[in-house]
Design a protein around this ligand. Structure first.
Ligand SMILES: NC(=O)C1=CN([C@@H]2O[C@H](COP(=O)(O)OP(=O)(O)OC[C@H]3O[C@@H](n4cnc5c(N)ncnc54)[C@H](OP(=O)(O)O)[C@@H]3O)[C@@H](O)[C@H]2O)C=CC1
Ligand SMILES: O=C(O)C(=O)Cc1c[nH]c2ccccc12
Length: 342
């Protein structure tokens, strides 16, 4: 179900919520809100999955029983919080982006944003817009692309080009246009990886950063780039280049991970280490006993789409095969008198 034609390229929160509600109505979906899955386990005696949930405040336990279970909790289910030396000593707030609401509370403060993915870049800009003074830790290479190219969204354009051209050529085009529109990002302290943005996404899962105005703030000096952190002190931070600088607060834009191992009681399909399917792409979508996984391919929306189609087809096939084996109602109720039944 596509977005309505009158939606802008970047729908508002309210428009997106409306889309989700229309989607649920159209496909007759009744979401269960304010419930979290505590555990899901296959009951081999029953031949079904038992899924236990708890209410928002930990109360109201429920159990669901189902033939098929699709894990769709994603690659960004819980915050990754790095252990930094001296973390307990630091005097100011240390906030992961998952808990970041607005730059308002950091007004006038000197803030270190750790991590230069899409979250870190957008938080830096928001901090600037609230008159905070952010610095950004960039410890590795990163691909920054303009959000739009030739009047089209870079993401949409990439997906379109990939239908016709090999990935390396699309990457070359993206980099040429980025260079024209953004200039040389290395001069701002943002070196590019050797691999192109889409190839890197496919191989490592690292998403290119879409610039929403952060680069201009780095250029103007409103955001300063810093190397990796060595250790935290009471009101200061020491970097690996030996410099120490005072900061009032830290925002950890250090990313997210899957939380499947916490709730799914199952040993084979998902790795305990990273919470992703063990089978390599594109085979990670199917497990045993009616268990499936969607959206754990590190290949963004395209990857999730592939999983979703395969799962829907597989369940349809199982469903039809099982329906065939079920004896028709009449036959099973009156086995002796149904001499005409096959
Ligand atoms: N508008 C949009 O489209 C947005 C999309 N997103 C998406 O959500 C997902 C999550 O994004 P995000 O939250 O940015 O997480 P990411 O995983 O994309 O980025 C995390 C960043 O933190 C860095 N990092 C991690 N640990 C440390 C550390 N100890 N010291 C210094 N740097 C560190 C990583 O660097 P390194 O590479 O060196 O590990 C990386 O740059 C992504 O897919 C992203 O594209 C998020 C926000 C907005
Ligand atoms: O398909 C997705 O959802 C991806 O994560 C890939 C992606 C995210 N942002 C982009 C920007 C330009 C090209 C590809 C991507």
């Amino acid at each position: 179900m596509p977005f309505p034609n009158d939606f802008p390229t970047y729908p508002t929160k309210q428009q997106f919520i409306q889309y989700l509600e229309d989607y649920a109505t159209k496909f007759d979906i009744s979401p269960r809100f304010n419930e979290g899955v505590a555990s899901a386990e296959f009951d081999s005696k029953l031949g079904f999955w038992r899924v236990r949930t708890t209410g928002a405040k930990g109360g109201d336990e429920m159990e669901y029983v189902c033939r098929w279970l699709i894990a769709a909790t994603g690659e960004n289910a819980e915050a990754v919080v790095p252990k930094l030396e001296g973390m307990a000593e630091f005097g100011g707030p240390i906030r992961h982006t998952s808990l970041y609401k607005s730059g308002e509370e950091f007004r006038g403060k000197k803030v270190l944003v750790v991590g230069c993915g899409n979250s870190g870049m957008e938080v830096c800009l928001d901090l600037c817009n609230h008159n905070a003074r952010p610095s950004l830790v960039v410890r590795d290479t990163v691909h920054v692309l303009p959000r739009e190219m030739l009047g089209k969204s870079t993401f949409g354009l990439s997906m379109l080009l990939l239908k016709w051209l090999p990935i390396r050529l699309v990457d070359r085009l993206l980099l040429v246009v980025s260079r024209l529109l953004l200039g040389n990002t290395s001069r701002l302290g943002l070196d590019r990886p050797k691999l192109g943005p889409l190839e890197l996404k496919n191989l490592s899962g690292k998403t290119p950063v879409l610039d929403v105005g952060t680069l201009a703030k780095i250029k103007s000096g409103d955001i300063e780039v810093r190397p990796a952190i060595k250790r935290l002190k009471c009101h200061a931070i020491e970097f690996i280049n030996g410099r120490t600088e005072n900061f009032d607060a830290i925002v950890l834009a250090t990313g997210y991970r899957s939380n499947v191992p916490i709730w799914l009681k199952e040993g084979d399909m998902f790795s305990k280490e990273d919470g992703l399917p063990r089978k390599p792409f594109p085979n990670g979508w199917k497990g045993e006993c009616g268990l499936y996984a969607v959206g754990f391919t590190k290949r963004g929306i395209l990857g999730a789409t592939m999983d979703a189609k395969r799962i829907a087809e597989d369940i349809e096939r199982c469903w039809k095969a099982e329906a065939k084996h079920c004896t028709p109602f009449k036959g099973s109720l009156f086995p002796l008198s149904s001499s005409s039944s096959p």
